[in-house]
Design a protein around this ligand. Structure first.
Ligand SMILES: [Mn+2]
Length: 581
């Protein structure tokens, strides 16, 4: 099933060239076709997402029991706690359920609980359950966590708490499930939902919808509930995008409607956050959520306490929401500062210790002062910079705790399993994981992991892959064709911004620009030299300025319309020399 038959080495990346598409197709349709969208009906529903695709399919497994318990608890005024998570997905999921229950009954004894990222860690924990029980909690509903919490579920049961689990993470490998009163999950073995890639916030939104329908006694719900569900879609979109879920199927619909409604969202906190993220006007897209709103929300959990982010989305007080949004922004600045510091140190250490040399295919480092809430982000930066799997750890003298990020094709979870003898704990996925090592075992662990990576990652694999959707001609790159590509939005994982290849372009002009002259501005002329040159930008590649002047190149990039000139602009991902040039 490889639709990319050809591979080309660019200056910085490996290119996967597109398969051939029928002649005469326009640019947008060639891109759709390259992504497997050829059936007219599939194309139509992709181009015009329909909310019915999210509200009408068969219900998630367990949702009926969950909704019955919630409705019953609400009716009896029993204290309910929504137990969330400290990332954007968990925060938004918590707020969605809180709001729908408060609209059903403004006096309902509903509260929220989110564990402290560094002190309690991810998921349901026994101490929290015990203290919630002491406070008289009758019902706990988890969001974005809980599917592996078998012991904690038993504890809740023994304390007389009715536990509902809603989650989207992988269940335990041994098949054991928590003994909960209800479990709502899109991807349980044997009970997979038609769309299994929902985020925790997507699952929570569906629970909210079904609860609203249940208490309304009808599939059509009244205005206050409709409004809160519509506002909830903005939150669900944020959770889905920030959790990097594939933006296909139901997630595409959630992201599409959530982003479209963002400006008009009645949630006070959403408006405060939009404002402070510098995006109070204009059409919202995934970038605004991914790069501006999401990091501010995550900063609460990383540098402070995520309950502030939950309060942001649950307060009705506009002043309080503004204050919280400001506080999150300042935590985010602090996070950026800490991140920059670790990045500088880690980069230097990696190079110094030879971990970026050709024969060594992983980076494994520790430092006593690295903030455990931030090392994961820095890992991602090093993976980008050096194309190698990276592990960064904080060493408190006794134990090293850290995070890992990997490159595609190399499972970091598998690698950790291979080095298990040196580890105290580990867990995660192919691309990201966490682990602890005794400080005295760190060196052996680092050596074992780096040699495993060096043996199992080829030098080829270290070059990032660049998937190209279609080859394009200079003359079809016009403002109208680029505008039509926006119909493919929202972009994200599973639906990236289209990438095109242009051959036979001559770099007739290249100049460094930016505050510290890091970036390149280019003018590219096609072979017949008749049309206007195509303007292009290559971020962070100023050092190549001299070597590409006047050369004929193939160029790969994304098409945009420049905000100021309103002219087409190619945002370059990579170049390669044309043969004979
Ligand atoms: Mn999640």
């Amino acid at each position: 099933m490889d639709s990319y038959p050809d591979e080309v080495k660019g200056l910085t990346k490996r290119w996967r060239l597109p398969g051939s598409t029928p002649a005469g197709m326009e640019l947008r349709d060639r891109i759709l076709s390259a992504r497997g969208l050829t059936d007219p009906q599939a194309v139509a529903s992709f181009l015009s997402p329909n909310l019915h695709d999210v509200t009408e399919p068969e219900p998630l497994s367990g949702i009926d029991q969950a909704v019955e318990i919630l409705a019953e608890s609400l009716k009896a005024h029993r204290p309910i706690v929504i137990y969330g998570d400290y990332d954007v997905d968990g925060i938004t999921a918590t707020a969605i359920l809180w709001h729908v229950m408060k609209v059903i009954d403004a006096d309902a004894p509903v509260s929220t609980y989110v564990p402290h990222r560094l002190e309690e860690g991810y998921g349901l924990n026994a101490d929290a359950i015990q203290s919630l029980a002491n406070d008289g909690t009758a019902t706990i509903i988890t969001v974005d966590c809980g599917i592996t919490a078998t012991e904690e579920a038993d504890l809740a049961r023994s304390l007389g708490i009715e536990l509902i689990i809603t989650d989207h993470h992988r269940p335990r490998d041994d098949g054991q499930m928590p003994d909960a009163a209800a479990i709502v999950h899109p991807g349980l073995p044997g009970k997979e939902h038609a769309f299994a890639d929902l985020a925790g916030a997507g699952v929570a939104w569906k629970v909210a919808l079904h609860l609203a329908r249940h208490v309304s006694g009808s599939r059509e719900v009244g205005l206050p509930l409709r409004n809160i569900l519509m506002d909830g879609l903005c939150l669900a979109a944020m959770g889905t995008i920030a959790d990097v879920m594939p933006l296909s199927g139901e997630n595409r619909v959630i992201a599409h409607y959530g982003l479209r409604h963002m400006e008009g969202c009645r949630n006070t906190g959403v408006q405060s956050l939009l404002q402070i993220s510098g995006s109070g006007s204009g059409k919202q897209d995934t970038q605004v959520v991914g790069f501006r709103m999401g990091p501010r929300l995550n900063a609460a959990g990383r540098m402070g306490h995520a309950r502030d982010a939950i309060e942001l989305f649950t307060t009705a007080d506009a002043q309080r929401a503004d204050d919280l949004a400001r506080e999150l922004s300042s935590l985010n600045r602090k996070r950026q500062e800490v991140e920059r510091g670790i990045l500088l140190q880690a980069r230097e250490m990696a190079v110094e210790q030879g971990m970026t040399d050709p024969g060594r295919h992983a980076i494994v480092l520790r430092h006593p002062e690295w903030h455990p809430g931030v090392v994961g982000i820095v890992c991602s930066r090093l993976v980008e910079a050096f194309g190698r799997p990276t592990i960064l750890m904080q060493d408190d003298g006794e134990t090293c705790r850290g995070s890992a990020r990997s490159i595609s094709g190399y499972s970091i979870h598998g690698a950790l399993a291979h080095c298990e003898e040196h580890l105290v704990t580990y867990g995660g996925h192919d691309m990201a994981a966490g682990m602890t090592v005794k400080s005295s075992c760190f060196d052996e662990f680092a050596e074992a992991l780096i040699s495993h990576a060096s043996e199992n990652i080829s030098p080829q694999d270290l070059m990032q892959e660049l998937n190209i959707d279609t080859e394009a001609m200079r003359q079809e790159i016009t403002v109208p064709t680029i505008s039509r590509l926006t119909e493919l939005r929202p972009f994200g994982r599973g639906n990236p911004a289209p990438r095109v290849l242009l051959r036979g372009m001559t770099v007739i002009h290249a100049v460094a620009f930016g505050k510290t002259a890091d970036h390149l501005k280019l003018k590219l002329q096609d072979e017949d030299g008749k049309g206007a040159p195509l303007e292009a930008i290559w971020w962070g590649q100023a050092e190549r300025c001299d070597s590409i002047q006047k050369r004929m190149v193939s160029v790969v990039g994304k098409l945009e319309i420049d905000d100021y000139s309103r002219k087409p602009c190619l945002v370059v991902d990579d170049l390669s020399w044309e043969e004979g040039a």
